[in-house]
Design a protein around this ligand. Structure first.
Ligand code: PLP
Length: 378
């Protein structure tokens, strides 16, 4: 079971000096024992410190893959993965409305590496074929889009990719392996920002990628050179966070559903985006694919930007901050923060209203949060 793997998978047996908790190995180098391959030498950047190794095995167990690799950040995992799958001259199909950092990587950095991309509509599988090129190598998706919480036809992506021999990569950060395990429907590589639900405490930066042993070795070698390794102390904290991942996410699933229902019935609120609501355009698909609908909600106030800003000024429990997946409830207006790198036209095209608020439901009492929103909206 996930609860047991989150606590015990990958932990050294016998335990280190009998310690119930794997200690922090704050050592950059280890006795040389005859390794002949550079990537096997025991050195802190080469992802073989005991704190890193616990996570590599634990994350593979959670995702249900052969192997996994922890990385210095979600973006290190994304960049390391894409730069292992794609070479100069290659082309990538990616769903539109990507996480801001990934959007920037594809549009601002990859052109200078001669790696091209086309954004496709994830809801319209019939439109994908015409964007294929002879050099198309991979399809990149996200489980739930940010901030509108749309759910692509993920099974169609896997079918399409198999038919055209593309590698499938998915950023599963918003769902976490508790709510969705993309490898179980055939995705080749699964990426998580460990900064969010995996760690869950808003206090470190980390990332991970999971997949076949062959792919993970390739990505490890590239990341060894790019230098995107997780520090042992952050690895220790990430491992501590993961132990409570299943119970945290299940509580957040329940809490967010109640809050989404409350918001959708409030007279000051227009649209509420939450895959657990019957009104969500992909609600049926979410019920089929996801074990839970997650802790992320977005909503529009009828009063637009002014009303959204007033609500943010008046809430007492949530912090107004980017990021998500932690114990503390966070709110942000994407148009002002996470999607500020998009032009107003690009934002309009992706359906992100300037008055939209994104909410990451934390671990506080659900009734306390609802009472707080009630007074802020009044
Ligand atoms: C935060 C986030 C990332 C990037 O992760 P970092 O740990 O900040 O590098 C990637 N994808 C999604 C969906 C995210 O929310």
């Amino acid at each position: 079971m996930l609860e047991t793997s989150a606590i015990h998978a990958g932990e050294p047996r016998p335990r280190v000096d009998g310690a119930v908790i794997t200690p922090i190995f704050q050592s950059s180098t280890y006795d040389y024992t005859g390794q002949t391959d550079y990537h096997d030498v025991r050195y802190i950047r080469l992802n073989n410190n005991p704190n890193q190794l616990v996570l590599n095995q634990k994350i593979a167990a959670l995702e249900g893959t052969e192997a996994a690799l922890v990385a210095a950040s979600g973006m290190a995992a994304i960049a390391g993965t894409l730069l292992s799958v794609l070479s100069s001259g290659d082309h990538l199909l990616a769903q539109d409305c990507l996480y801001g950092g990934t959007h920037g990587l594809l549009t601002k950095d990859f052109p200078s590496f001669n790696i091209a991309h086309t954004f496709v509509d994830p809801q319209n599988p019939a439109s994908w074929k015409r964007h294929l090129r002879p050099n198309t190598k991979a399809f990149y998706a996200e489980t739930l889009t940010n901030p509108l919480l749309e759910l692509a036809d993920l099974k169609a992506i896997v079918r399409f990719a198999k038919e055209h021999r593309l590698v499938t990569i998915i950023d599963n950060t918003f769902a976490s392996p508790v709510n969705f395990r993309p490898a179980s429907i055939g995705f080749d590589l699964v990426i998580e920002s460990g900064t969010k639900y995996l760690n869950g405490h808003n206090d470190i930066v980390a990332g991970a990628v999971a997949g076949s042993g062959e792919w993970i070795t390739k990505i490890k070698h590239r990341l060894d050179h790019l230098g995107g390794t997780l520090d042992p102390h952050a690895a220790f904290l990430l491992n501590r966070g993961i132990k409570t991942l299943p119970i945290r996410v299940r509580y957040q699933n329940e809490s967010a559903l109640k809050i989404a229902r409350f918001l959708s019935q409030h007279r000051a609120i227009g649209k509420v985006n939450y895959p657990g609501l019957e009104s969500h355009p992909q609600h049926e698909r979410a019920r089929e694919l996801l074990a839970g609908f997650g802790g992320m909600i977005s909503f529009e106030l009828k009063g637009g930007v002014d009303a959204a800003e007033k609500m943010q000024e008046r809430v007492r429990i949530p912090s107004i901050a980017v990021s998500l997946g932690g114990a503390e409830t966070l709110m942000v207006r994407p148009a002002a923060a996470v999607h500020s790198n998009l032009s107003p036209e690009e934002r309009a095209k992706t359906g992100i209203a300037d008055g939209l608020i994104r909410l990451s439901v934390g671990l506080e009492g659900t009734d306390d949060l609802i009472a707080d929103f009630e007074q802020a909206l009044a």
